[in-house]
Design a protein around this ligand. Structure first.
Ligand code: UD1
Length: 423
């Protein structure tokens, strides 16, 4: 298994290109099931999660071809579709559940393994299944699988009030509603840029959707969807992660393809912490304003609030800030696993339930560390850039799920980082 070695770093300088969004691509890919005509995604990220979704779609009978070294995904679901999404693939990645809505919409039937919990929390699927049930699906849990069947063979429109603005449930219901009979309204829908990206792609395929980006989405079902070519939106989480590199090390880095509106709440916190962010023609530049980092309080919330997927990374920055920061995690119940690892590097962090209190120290010190999820792993790399000595981050397969070429991208701006094979 590989590890990543990070050594303390001086100021960073240069540019980092930001890839297409993993989370958008993972929901756009199952949209191929909604049409017999080809769906082509450009600006796709090259990640192991995308390969897992490719495998899943292929197991369902879709053709998925990776072109231009993975930057373009050409998909077609013109043949017969297998409606069984197997545990062996689904257990690898929770986002596999995003085939449920499209399968049910297309075939009127689906058997999708429940993904199970993951390191950051239990992550149930009740909001997805309750919504689909309101659209006329009969859903039963048997042998670890959700067995879903649309009464009369076709889903029908419904007014669905979500108890929480779940991203995945909004995506699943939106896709299911495109081919349902009648009109579906999703109230308290998620507003993430990935939802808007999915709606844009579905509209290009012939769907009738309004209100994406607001908390009420209306989908008028159509008889048939057609093919489309769609560019995947910029990965705001990769963007925010790399914005923190010059914030932590000093220097100035331009993030190509970045825009402030993807991350307004995050940019406000950086500003309060003493980091200047400005838009350029090609993206965003990030640099410290005048030296020290100041403590800031952060509460994670659904979009447009501060993203839970950047909580671990900003904690790495705040470990050496002046003063005490309070981080409240409101989306996932167990998302501070990076804290004990940061403590091993000399950070002062106390965790009580969903709240972490971080008191800045002068310096972190390098140490061997590991993490149990994707964003936690990258936060340890960021902390390693600020730490004295050497930090060895193991279990890097988590990173490969969500960050393409992390070593090359950081080396490109002067970071002292390498990937090594463990003996
Ligand atoms: C997506 C993102 C993930 C991000 C999260 C929140 C993808 C592939 N993943 O995950 O990176 O961290 O949004 O921004 O896009 N919940 C329920 N019942 C449900 C569904 C969700 O209780 O049926 C709870 C979850 O357990 C969690 C919260 O709602 O506590 C948020 O989950 P949700 O918005 O659905 O996240 P995902 O779509 O799984």
């Amino acid at each position: 298994m590989d590890s990543i070695l990070v050594r303390s770093n001086g100021p960073l300088k240069g540019q980092i290109p930001i890839a297409g969004a993993k989370n958008a691509c993972l929901t756009l890919m199952p949209a191929t099931l909604l049409s017999e005509e080809p769906l082509t995604l450009t600006n796709a990220p090259r990640l192991s999660d995308i390969r897992t979704m490719t495998q899943l779609l292929q197991s369902l009978g879709s053709e998925v071809t990776s072109l231009q070294e993975g930057r373009v995904l050409a998909m077609s679901s013109h043949g017969p579709v297998n409606t069984h999404a197997d545990y062996d693939i689904v257990r690898k990645m929770r986002a596999s559940n995003l085939v449920l809505g499209p399968l049910l919409a297309r075939e009127g039937i689906a058997e999708v393994s429940l993904p199970g919990g993951c390191a950051i929390g239990a992550r149930p699927m009740d909001i997805h299944t309750d919504g689909l049930a309101q659209m006329g699906a009969e859903i039963e849990l048997r042998d670890g699988y959700l067995h879903a069947k649309a009464a009369g063979g076709r889903l029908k429109g419904a007014v669905i009030d979500f108890p929480f603005a779940s991203v995945g449930a909004t995506e699943n219901i939106m896709m299911a509603a495109t081919l349902a009979k009648g009109t579906t309204v999703i109230n308290n829908a998620a507003r993430e840029p990935e939802i808007v990206d999915l709606a844009t792609c579905l509209r290009a395929m012939g769907a009738q959707i309004e209100g994406d980006g607001t908390s009420s989405i209306t989908v008028q079902g159509v008889e048939r969807m057609h093919g489309a070519t769609h560019p995947v939106v910029t990965d705001r989480i990769e963007l925010g992660t790399y914005m923190l590199a010059p914030a932590i090390c000093g220097g100035e880095v331009e993030l190509l393809g970045g825009r402030i509106n993807l991350l307004a709440a995050f940019c406000e916190k950086l500003d309060a912490a003493g980091i200047a962010v400005s838009e350029t023609e090609r993206g965003l530049t990030v640099a410290r304003k005048n030296g020290d980092i100041r403590a800031v309080d952060v509460t994670t919330e659904p979009f447009p609030g501060f993203p839970t997927d950047l909580q671990a990374q900003i904690m790495a920055l705040l470990c050496t800030a002046e003063g005490t920061s309070v981080l409240e995690e409101k989306i996932f119940e167990n998302r501070f696993m990076h804290a004990p690892e940061l403590i091993r590097m000399g950070a002062r962090i106390e965790v009580h339930g969903g709240t972490a209190t971080v008191t800045g120290v002068d310096k972190l010190r390098g140490a061997p560390v590991m993490a149990t999820d994707l964003r936690a792993s990258v936060s340890l790399i960021l902390a390693g850039l600020a730490a004295e000595g050497e930090t060895k981050v193991s279990r890097v397969y988590h990173l490969d799920r969500g960050y393409e070429h992390v070593v090359a991208k950081l080396r490109g701006v002067g970071a002292n980082i390498e990937r090594i094979k463990d003996a």
